[in-house]
Design a protein around this ligand. Sequence first.
Ligand code: HEC
Length: 430
Amino acid sequence: MNYPIWYLPSVGGGAMIAAIAVSHVFISHFAVGGGFWLVLLETRALRHRDQPLYRFTQSFARLFVLTTLIFGALTGVGIWFAISLVQPAGTSALIHRFVFIWAAEWVLFLVEVVAITVYLHSFGHLAPRRHLIVGRVYCAASWLSLFAINGIITFMLTPGMASQHSGLPRAFFNPSFWPSLALRTCLAGLISGLFVAIFAAFLADRDLASRLIRMTAGWSLLALCGALPAGLWYLQSLPVPVRTLTEGASPTIVRTLAMGRIALWVLLPGSLLALWRPARIGKAAAMAGLAAGLLLMGSFEWTREAARRPYVLYGDIYSNGQRADRTTTEPFLPTAPWSRSSSPGRELFKFQCYACHTLGGLNNDIIERTRGMSQSSLAAYISQLHAIRPFMPPFIGTAEEQHALAAYLIDQQPTSPDTQTPLARPGSQP
Ligand code: HEC
């Protein structure tokens, strides 16, 4: 490990990234789908000379620009801070590999910001045809920015045959690139439609509200119908060990996928009802729809993150920043320049377990997970982490270091050592 760790034991790095990333993912997909909605609504308003719809499009554009530019930019920068503090090794590897894609991404962001600002401020001033062209430029740039980042995110999970030295196209167009792009495009359409529906539900003009809600319901159904096969296609593109995790070997994923199913059971009948009786959809129902959409999207992102375990870059770098080709029996602490020698157990936890476990926190608390274990059984467990639980990386270090870590973790237990019983459930599902 060549980087220091930003250590917040009771919060956990994963929770930090998740909190920022989940909100960024929502906003960024809204930014992609929202452009499509603006062009769609404006085209309709112009074609039917529909003044109320035209005014709605204009005020929606204002809200859209505010949320996507401010929150999108804040959380986007936030993600960079969080990943470079929590996953420096993975971030560095990705930057080296995809530097041109990232450069292209920033150019696309610039085009997006300029286009959407011009679009908003030239509403009613520019000739309609030209105004729509500006809207389409925004749409194209924002979808292409999804296209670009999609190559990097999918590479993290499915590098496929791309080796360290193979070219950029091979790494970028990796096995899950196309299914993930299809799925994300559908999700962007779904999320942005649900945002439009909320905005519509607050309108005083109930006739316009009903028309808009019916329209968003139709598009949401279409997006869902696209997202389901795209999701299955995506699962098919995953390597077998990852698929096994998503099919039940990981308790975290099983819980997350159940959330996704609940969301689907809200969205499918909800969209049908909205299509049939749009006037029945009030503010609360629209908000429940958006909440379900966000839950669906969140469960997909969480599953993808969890399915990548124990890696941050599949097959190459583990979630705790260690390279997968390291010998696991070599002494660890002497090779970790940022560790302090005062508490070897604490340092081993920090560098090898903290990426996924908190110490007394909410997310995957190690104190909770090691309750009732004795020091020697925990040390034995640590030597077999990856064999017992394939979603954990192997422990790197000597037998002495295994014992130091076990002793440190047992020390954190609130109960007295006399009450401990040996661990008797390797391989069992918690
Ligand atoms: C890549 C992520 C990751 C890393 C790194 C990791 N763990 Fe885990 N660990 C998990 C997950 C996920 C679970 C299961 C959580 C659940 O029950 O949902 C788990 C569970 C456990 C359990 C509970 C027993 C069991 O079989 O469920 C112990 C003990 C444990 N980890 C110890 C460690 C130790 C010690 C380290 C550091 C040397 C470590 N883990 C590193 C992800 C990780």
